[in-house]
Design a protein. Structure first.
Length: 255
């Protein structure tokens, strides 16, 4: 089986594939861990659903947190019993042309998402990844990665609002009774949910205007289920798109 690990700024998402089928997935908080802690925590979450270290024949990693990347680069070979380890970085084969000014600066997760979107849903495509930031990644009609947009994420922007004001406080991200809030909590909920969904629709509309044909718009990431119901221009939710992209890149790079 293949273990895939996607490290974001807030969460680490793990998935295990039996050939092409995702048969298990888990989320951890992104924190500093020693190599021993990382190894045993990964083995522990696998065991929760009946998987063991002996099941792992390969590991694929994407990470936007350099310290965790280094830890996993050292830990992954100890998990595979001699199997292949692929860490997505500049020089990793993706089968996707990257047509931006400096291809080396694109986050690994963004390329992984774009590749998976193209292979699973076609091109042109826009991937909206709802995480610490809300990332928009664009695949042109020829299948190349052509750029994207980075916006503050829902939780990040709402936390900044409450941290920067004396009287406002954190709220649950649930829809208010009306877009016109009848109290402070509902007013913040309306601004957070409808404001962020409006941001998504507005950016998607502008990107679409730059393309030569209508793209498929795919949402992914941990907050997708919270925001997508309030968006008008998202076509598909594919929560584990990044893990599928890691599987595809692993197959391209295994020895």
């Amino acid at each position: 089986m293949l273990l895939t690990i996607d490290v974001g700024n807030t969460q680490i998402v793990l998935g295990i594939f039996d050939v092409e089928e995702l048969v298990g997935h888990w989320r951890l908080t992104t924190t500093d861990r020693t190599e021993d802690e990382m190894r045993w925590e990964v083995i522990g979450v696998l065991a929760l659903d009946g998987f063991s270290q002996g099941d792992i024949k390969g590991v694929a990693v994407s990470s936007v947190v350099p310290a965790v990347t280094t830890t996993l680069r050292n830990v992954a070979p100890t998990l595979t019993n001699g199997g292949d380890v692929v860490v997505v970085e500049p020089g990793t084969k993706t089968g996707m042309p990257i047509l931006i000014d400096n291809p080396r600066e694109v986050g690994a997760d963004r390329i992984v998402n774009a590749l998976a979107a193209r292979e699973r849903h076609g091109a042109p495509a826009i991937v909206v990844d709802f995480g610490t930031s809300t990332n928009f990644d664009v695949v042109g009609s020829d299948g190349a990665y052509i750029g994207g947009v980075i916006a503050p994420g829902l939780e990040l922007s709402t936390n900044a609002l409450t941290a920067g004001t004396a009287a406002l406080r954190g709220v649950e991200f649930t829809p208010p009774r009306s877009p016109i809030g009848k109290g402070t909590v509902e007013a913040i909920q309306s601004g957070a949910l409808y404001g962020h969904s409006g941001l998504v629709d507005g950016i998607v509309q502008r990107i679409t205007g730059e393309l030569d044909s209508k793209p498929v718009v795919i949402a992914t990431g941990g907050l997708s289920s919270t925001i997508v119901p309030h968006c008008r221009l998202v076509d598909i939710t594919d929560e584990y798109l990044t893990l599928e992209g890691l599987r595809l890149i692993y197959e391209l790079n295994r020895e």
